[in-house]
Structures are given as C-alpha cells and as structure tokens.
Design a protein around this ligand. Structure first.
Ligand code: PEP
Ligand code: MG
Length: 541
C-alpha cells in the first residue's frame, strides 16, 4: 500500500477524509468478455441481485420518510423488475448460451426487455424504460463491486465518479457524504454547484481509477488534491487542518445575527441559494435574510414522473413556513442542459445550452407550468413568496408567463382553493435580457442576475466544458457592464435587483458587486457567514 497523490480542479473548498465509494454510472460502457465457467458467472449475477434487493429495500424505507409511502411505491416497481423471472431467464440464457460475462448479459437482457415494451407500444413506455435502465445499472454496479464497501459502513465517504448528474446525488446518503471527486465535470456545472451548497469539498478533472474503491483518502478542496492511502504523518497533518477548519467555522459564528452592512453603511440583503428543502437547516443555522434562489427543478429530478400539484405544494409550503415570513424566491422549473431525467423526454439536441430549457419548456408544456404555479400560489398563503422566471429573452415570453400565471389563479378560484400573493421576477441570465432590462423591469416586481448563464452566453463559453474553463471569467468587463446596465435599469424603474448566480467568494469581488449597486446577493448556505464577514469588512469609498 503506497500513497498516491492526484491533482484536480478544486470546485468546493475544505478538507474531507473518508473511504472512497466508486460510483459506476449507468452509461458506463461495459466490455463484453467471454467466460469459461457459466455457473460461476450465474452465481455472481445472483449475488448482485441479492445485494440490489437489499439496497432497494433500504432505499424504500428512506423514500417513505422523505417523499411519503404513495410516492415510494415506484421503488417497489423497481423491486418487481429486479426479481422478474423474465429478466433472470434472459440473463442466465445469455451467460450459458453466449458464454459472456454477467455485466454484458444484464445489459443485453434489459435491452431485450425494453425492445419488447417498444413493440407492444405501451403508453408508459418511457417511464418503464427508465426504471429498467435504473435496475440494469444497479445490478451492473454491484457486479463491478462498486457500492459495497463504503455503503455498508456508517463512516463518512468520498464519492468518486467519472461523471455525475445532479439527479444521481439524491440516490446517496448526503449526511455521510464528506467529499466528491469527479473525473470529468467543470466548476460551473450543477454538480459543482450542488457540492458547494452541501458544503462538501469537491474536485473535478481528476484522474481516477476503479481500484480506488474502498481505499482511505483525503480530498483537499483548497489545493486541489486527492490523496489515496495517505501516510500516517500526512493524515495527522490533515486532521489538524480539519480541526482548524472547524475552529474557523466556530469563529465565523460570531457574525450570526450581525447586520449585512458595509463598514461605511451600505445595507445588503444576504440571501441563501438552495437546491432542495433539506438545505433549509443550513440556511436557518447560518441566518440568511431569506432565500434568493430555490432551484425547484431539483424536485423534479427526485421523481421518476412529474411531481403532482399537492406534492409540490407540500414542499413549497414547508419551505415558506420554516422561513417564517422572510422572502423566499422560487425559480420555476429550469429543466434542461445537465438537469434532466428520462421521464421528461427532452429532445436530443446538438446544442442543449441554446435549446429547450427553462421557460422554453414551460411555455411549450403549459400544463406542467400551471401545475407548478398552482402549487406555488397555494404555498404563498404561508409566507412571503417571489417567483422567478429563468432563461427569458423577450417581453413576449414574460407576457405569456404572466397569462399562464393568471390561468393558474383562475383554476384555483374554480377549485375553491386558497392562495396568496406573489411577486414576479425575471432572471437576467442571457445577454438579450440584460440589454432589454429596462423593458423587462417595467413588466415585473424584481430582477435577478444569473451570473453562470450570463457568463456562458456573453463570453460564448460552454459552462460545462472543461476545455474552455479558463475562459469562463465572471469578472470579465463585459459581464460587469451588463450587470451595471441591469442594476441601473432596475433602479430606474424602482425595483430591486439581486444577483443569484455563483460569485467568487472573495472580498474584492464582493465589494465590486456592492459597488455595482446590487440590493441582494444570494450565495450557497455554507458561504453566508464568510460573505457576511466580507461585506462587513468592505468599504465603498
Ligand atoms: C445562473 O445561471 O447564474 C443561475 C443562477 O442559474 P443556474 O446556475 O441554475 O443555471
Ligand atoms: Mg441559469
């Protein structure tokens, strides 16, 4: 056992120590290999099915407590597919007749099952196919020995994967997740954003090997290092650093309850950005002035079908109730790009970033938008809700969104359901929106700059592409000009202007944002206290 050090790109700071859980993705290419002992291979398959069954049972219990028994039934469907006799016959058939390894046999067998579904033109085709794919990748992961070691301990673990989709994260125990290392990925992808909001140290663009699974490791999210099998000496250094990190966190708690005001008296509303209602504990603990961005599409990623109005209402209401009258900005579903699930049946596009995402989907599928809006309006009776529309490029879109919102109110009136007042706002995250921000500001109650997409579209740099990451510069003068124009236009129309995309957690950058004139800044919950310190230390003149 010798220590190995690998360098990666740090995207979420901090130190994590734990055992590696190597995650095999569903699209991992499985190599077909010919085997000589079909009995042994069949036994491997049965072992993997047994382990999958145990995991699904555990997942069921967790899902019942998180999303309720009725919704957790989908997991029972997974179990039925797993234990289906047809699947077993097909897999063992492939192993014994074709003499191929169990992994390839599972992929081939589930392929046959999907083909059969297609042939009978089952209306639930897409949903079923996605369930079968899920089961296929679970069995394959277990065959490859992926999840076993780390999942069976109660210790913190470091999740290592070639690629990770935002929806994958929800399948893991987030309590025990201490670090994240991804081979591909970029600093601006939603997985990186998720890591920052969970406060988990993370690296992307790091060389990883399957042999890492189960090994002890350190993730240094400050310097960008993954250390496998660290020596006792190095480990004790890192343990000391962890203690210091905790002590710093304690020290930061001193600013809890302090106002978010610069040393020369400019007041800022410091909000938290969240992706899931489970982030709320951290929002409250870190005492944010409100929620500046709730990315509601992550709720859609938790399901294997569209969440219903009542299911959404329950989540939105609980967020508003817990925030006790403080502002909560909920963004309408911004599906697309890296945030997708099979049931959404998004088109295959050459340029998804320039394609079907955000309100483009909402306007194309108005029934989905209206369902969400009804849930939000009902929840608005329990707090102070602002609704934010993503990916807007024109006034016509805003008018259509407002019409749909009126239809949602009319439907609630007809159904005699109570609802509250909302403020409506638009994200300024396309250059078009920034350039017509005067016209947009005349239509809405507030606007909020999404720096991630605004940077991507203004600089023509794909936020997901590691090759062009060095060009992704949120501090480019073009971005500052567009932000300044947006802030001034908003203020001319007498509405507040916020910034809810990612920002550099750096005193000078934050000072410049305040100088630009933003009224509200929204950051991941873990950054509330450091940013408060920076705001309090900054001086504009
Ligand atoms: C943004 O684009 O800056 C933003 C806040 O939205 P997201 O990162 O979810 O696209
Ligand atoms: Mg965006």
């Amino acid at each position: 056992m010798s220590m190995e050090r690998l360098f990666g790109r740090p995207v979420s700071e901090g130190i994590a120590i734990g055992r590696i859980l190597f995650y095999y993705n569903s699209d991992l290419s499985i190599t077909v290999s010919h085997i000589s002992d079909p009995e042994k291979e069949t036994a491997r398959y049965h072992e993997a099915v047994k382990l999958s069954e145990k995991q699904i049972d555990e997942l069921y219990l967790k899902a019942v407590s998180e999303i309720g028994e009725a919704n957790a039934r989908i997991i029972e469907v997974h179990k039925m597919i797993l234990l289906d006799q047809d699947l077993e016959d097909l897999v063992t058939g492939f192993i014994t007749k074709e003499k191929i390894n169990a992994e390839s046999a599972v992929v081939s067998a589930t392929g046959v099952l999907c083909e059969r579904l297609r042939a009978v033109e089952d209306p639930l085709f897409a949903e079923r196919v996605s369930d079968i794919r899920d089961i296929s990748s679970r069995i394959v992961r277990n065959l490859l020995g992926g999840t076993k070691a780390a999942c069976e301990t109660d210790d913190p673990y470091v999740l290592v994967a070639e690629d990770l989709n935002p929806s994958d994260i929800f399948g893991f125990d987030r309590e025990k997740l201490s670090g994240l290392v991804i081979k591909n990925g970029s600093a601006n992808s939603h997985v990186a954003i998720l890591a920052r909001s969970l406060g988990v140290p993370a690296l992307v663009q790091t060389d990883i090997f399957k042999s890492f699974n189960g090994k002890y490791a350190v993730v240094d999210g400050n310097r960008g290092e993954l250390i496998i099998d660290p020596t006792e000496e190095l480990l004790s250094g890192y343990r000391e650093l962890l203690v210091r990190q905790e002590a710093e966190k304690e020290l930061r708690k001193k600013v809890i309850g302090q106002p978010d005001v610069t040393s020369d008296g400019k007041k800022i509303l410091l909000y938290a950005s969240i992706n899931d209602d489970s982030d709320l504990d951290s929002v409250l603990k870190n005492d944010a002035a409100g929620i500046g961005l709730f990315r509601t599409e992550f709720l859609y990623l938790k399901y294997d079908r569209y969440p219903t109005e009542d299911e959404q209402f329950a989540v939105y209401r609980s967020v508003l109730e817990k925030m006790k009258g403080k502002t909560v900005v909920m963004r309408t579903c911004d599906i697309g790009l890296d945030k997708t699930k099979d049931y959404l049946e998004l088109p295959k596009e050459a340029n998804p970033a320039l394609g079907y995402r955000g309100i483009r989907m909402s306007l194309d599928r108005p029934e989905i938008f209206i369902t969400q809006m009804k849930a939000m309006l009902r929840a608005a009776a329990y707090g102070k809700l602002s609704v934010l529309y993503p990916m807007v490029i024109s006034i016509e879109e805003i008018k259509r969104l407002k019409r749909l919102t009126s239809l949602a109110k009319e439907a609630l009136d007809d159904e005699k359901k109570e609802y509250g007042q909302i403020r409506q706002g638009v994200m300024i995250e396309t250059p078009a929106a920034a350039l017509i921000s005067d016209l947009i500001a005349a239509e809405v109650d507030f606007i909020s700059v999404g720096t991630n997409d605004l940077t991507q579209y203004t600089l023509a740099v794909d936020r997901q592409n590691p090759e062009t990451e060095t060009l992704f510069d949120r501090e480019h003068p073009a971005i500052y000009r567009l932000m300044k124009m947006t802030v001034d236009n908003g203020h001319k129309m007498g509405i507040p202007v916020g910034i809810c995309g990612e920002i550099e957690i750096d005193g000078e950058h934050i000072r410049k944002l305040i100088e630009t004139g933003f009224d509200e800044i929204s950051v991941p919950p873990a950054y509330i206290l450091p940013v408060r310190q920076m705001i309090r230390q900054s001086r504009l003149i």
